[in-house]
Design a protein around this ligand. Structure first.
Ligand code: IPE
Ligand code: IPE
Ligand code: MG
Length: 240
């Protein structure tokens, strides 16, 4: 299916969880789970494109994930640029723009450099977007938005009476993106872990039991089917 229909989410946000447990189950180091998880990203992008999903936001590394053991953090920070260079051609083939949200200045220079390079190389695509949440925290994002709003109030560019919900939305890391329609979390955990706190206000939530490396076409198909059955009301009343 290529056309956008009402039962297909335009924007999907994914908490890719369970890489470590997947590896542990197999007696492998955690980084092997992250590597296997990178393959699931490839599969998800293909399935999402075929279904007609325009935007995919992936929680790849949280602000809290910096507290993990040094070898895991550096393993992840090295994996990202490797995956970006390996799969950049897929982004071009599918006219997908790569973007990133989060405190990107905290990323190691090598990681940041490759990220910036691929983001610049795909900037002109308007068909699809892949958004990576890196060194991302929902509270950090709202805090950063508040700081820029406060600066504008201080300089007289904005007056406090004019601050509305939209003002906050306009100061988020990727302000032009529509809110996600569907949020998927894998590995059987039922929490947000500081992901897109503002943007997920009216998203449908779907929790999958599979660890992220096992979340492939069929599992994604189930999430889409379930989304198609949901009735979104946005606080209103459905005529039925
Ligand atoms: C998610 O998998 C990936 C990242 C947080 C980077 P985890 O690493 O959290 O895997 P589990 O939850 O420990 O199994
Ligand atoms: C959320 O997973 C972050 C990412 C998937 C990048 P975590 O594994 O870090 O979350 P908690 O610790 O289980 O809440
Ligand atoms: Mg986890």
């Amino acid at each position: 299916m290529s056309a956008q229909s009402a039962s297909i989410p335009r924007h999907i946000a994914v908490i890719m969880d369970g890489n470590g447990r997947w590896a542990k189950q197999r007696g492998l180091p955690r980084i092997k789970g992250h590597e296997a998880g990178a393959e699931s990203v490839k599969v998800l992008m293909k399935s999402a494109r075929e279904a007609g999903v325009e935007i995919v936001t992936l929680y790849a590394f949280s602000v809290e994930n910096w507290t993990r053991p040094q070898d895991e953090v550096s393993g992840l920070m090295n994996l990202l640029p490797r995956m970006l260079s390996k799969h950049e051609k897929i982004l071009h083939q599918n006219e997908t723009r790569l973007r990133a949200i989060g405190r990107l200045d905290q990323l190691p220079p090598k990681t940041r450099k490759e990220l910036d390079r691929v983001m610049a190389a795909t900037e002109h695509y308007t068909t699809r977007q892949l958004v990576l949440a890196l060194s991302y925290g929902g509270r950090a994002e709202i805090t950063d938005a508040m700081k820029s709003i406060a600066e504008k109030v201080k300089s007289g560019e904005l007056s406090p009476e004019d601050i509305e919900d939209q003002t906050i939305s306009d100061h988020l890391y990727a302000a032009d993106l529509p809110d996600p329609d569907l949020m998927i979390r894998t590995s059987g955990e039922h929490r947000l872990s500081n992901f897109l706190l503002w943007q997920l206000s009216y998203a449908e939530f779907y929790f999958a039991p599979e660890f992220w490396p096992d979340f492939r076409e069929e599992a994604f198909g189930k999430a889409l089917t379930e989304y198609g059955r949901r009735q979104r009301r946005f606080g209103g009343v459905n005529a039925c």
